[in-house]
Design a protein around this ligand. Structure first.
Ligand SMILES: Nc1ncnc2c1ncn2[C@@H]1O[C@H](COP(=O)(O)OP(=O)(O)OP(=O)(O)O)[C@@H](O)[C@H]1O
Ligand SMILES: [Mg+2]
Length: 361
């Protein structure tokens, strides 16, 4: 297999275990995201893959050949691994212009590579900046230059660590889309680190969720969103309403309705996590597009709730409902939906957006 393969990687700094038997691989042309909270070991894994940190345990192969073996010395040096890198705190060479920055690691006598650089400059909207120096570029332009510099030597593996951090929302979306097109066209195996779930879902063919040095779950964006393995993964993809209950007759009762559960014996204590975007207001809108409605044959949970407040967010509205007993439930309703305080609404939860896990105390 080509691309990159990380097998049973463990790593400690002093007495602190930072990675615990992490395994993953990225095929050529594939983009895999590592998603996890701050400090979970994402950058460390990337540094090990690049050869910037000596491997303690496990095996790293690139293009089917082992480049580092835990406990057997430093392995192949970074510059011989065929890896392109772009880190959180990338720095362009201040004394080189854009074209020189990008061409730095390439053979200037290779016309094919130089033609690639010209085409890439054009594709990334940088053609007009080719002769400019880094300090005269915007943050977004610098980010694109750094990305092209990593790709220019035609690496077989691209490692990106939070490549879009520091960009404002609008520019981020544009740079992400351009980057995705560029890496997909180049056929490189890309491993990208982020802690933004929306970014991971947008970019990735597959996502690996990390927590405290371990991979908790891997899968396609839709698998992870609709079939999270545990409460941690569920909440990583966005806010939820969390209820505690006990299984009775193959279902669990919550203030947002009754949900059928499978695989739990009666009386098992469970947590029910319902995504805020899983609440639907009866008669207001149909299921959002692309979200298969698997209610077929099942009675959707439906309850009547009183609105406490409703706030506009732009593309959606944030509605707080009062629950009997003093609790609250949050709904994120598409569009401008701003019911008055005290209004009573019928709420049906999309059962695909309700996740039940055994309760851990
Ligand atoms: N050189 C080092 N020496 C000692 N501890 C380190 C070193 N590098 C990282 N660590 C520790 O290892 C853990 C994982 O760090 P790492 O940078 O891999 O996390 P991360 O997932 O990239 O986090 P972030 O999202 O904040 O960038 C942290 O607790 C960090 O403090
Ligand atoms: Mg990091």
């Amino acid at each position: 297999m080509t691309g990159i393969d990380l097998r049973d990687i463990s790593h400690a700094f002093g007495n602190t275990q930072v990675l615990d038997r992490v395994s993953l691989s990225v095929r050529p042309g594939e983009l895999v995201c590592l998603l996890g909270p701050s400090g979970c070991g994402k950058t460390t894994l990337l540094r090990l893959a690049a050869g910037l940190e000596e491997l303690q345990e496990g095996v790293i192969s690139i293009g089917g050949r082992s480049v580092a073996h835990g406990g057997k010395g430093p392995g192949l040096p970074p510059e011989r691994r065929g890896v392109g890198l772009m880190f959180q705190d990338f720095a362009l060479f201040p004394h080189l212009n854009v074209r020189e920055n990008i061409g730095f690691g390439t053979d200037t006598r290779d016309p094919a590579r130089q033609a690639w650089i010209d085409a890439a400059l054009l594709q990334m909207g940088l053609a007009d900046t080719a002769g400019m120096y880094p300090h005269t570029l915007s943050g977004g332009q610098q980010q694109r230059v750094a990305l092209l510099r990593a790709l220019a030597p035609a690496p077989s593996v691209l490692l990106l660590d939070e490549p879009f951090s520091g960009l404002d929302v609008g520019r981020r979306a544009q740079v992400r889309a351009d980057t995705l097109r560029l890496v997909k066209n180049s056929g490189v195996a890309t491993l990208m680190v982020t802690h933004d779930p929306e970014e991971a879902m947008f970019m990735a063919d597959r996502i690996h969720i990390m927590n405290a040095g371990r991979i908790v779950q891997g899968g396609s964006p839709t698998e992870l969103y609709f079939e999270p393995a545990d409460a941690f993964v569920t909440e990583f993809f966005g806010p939820v309403n969390r209820f505690h209950g006990a299984v009775s007759g193959g279902a669990v009762e919550t203030p947002l309705g009754r949900f059928t559960v499978s695989g739990f014996a009666d009386d098992t204590p469970v947590d029910v996590l319902i995504r805020v975007e899983g609440l639907r207001v009866a008669g207001y809108a149909d299921a959002p597009e692309g979200e298969p409605d698997d209610n077929a044959g099942r009675q959707p949970a439906s309850v009547t709730l009183e609105v406490e407040t409703a706030r506009p967010l732009g593309r959606s509205s944030y509605v707080v409902f009062k629950l009997a007993g003093g609790g609250r439930a949050i709904g994120r309703i598409p569009g401008m939906f701003l019911p008055a305080t005290g209004e009573r609404l019928e709420i049906a939860v999309n059962p695909r957006q309700a996740h039940v896990f055994s309760h851990h105390t």
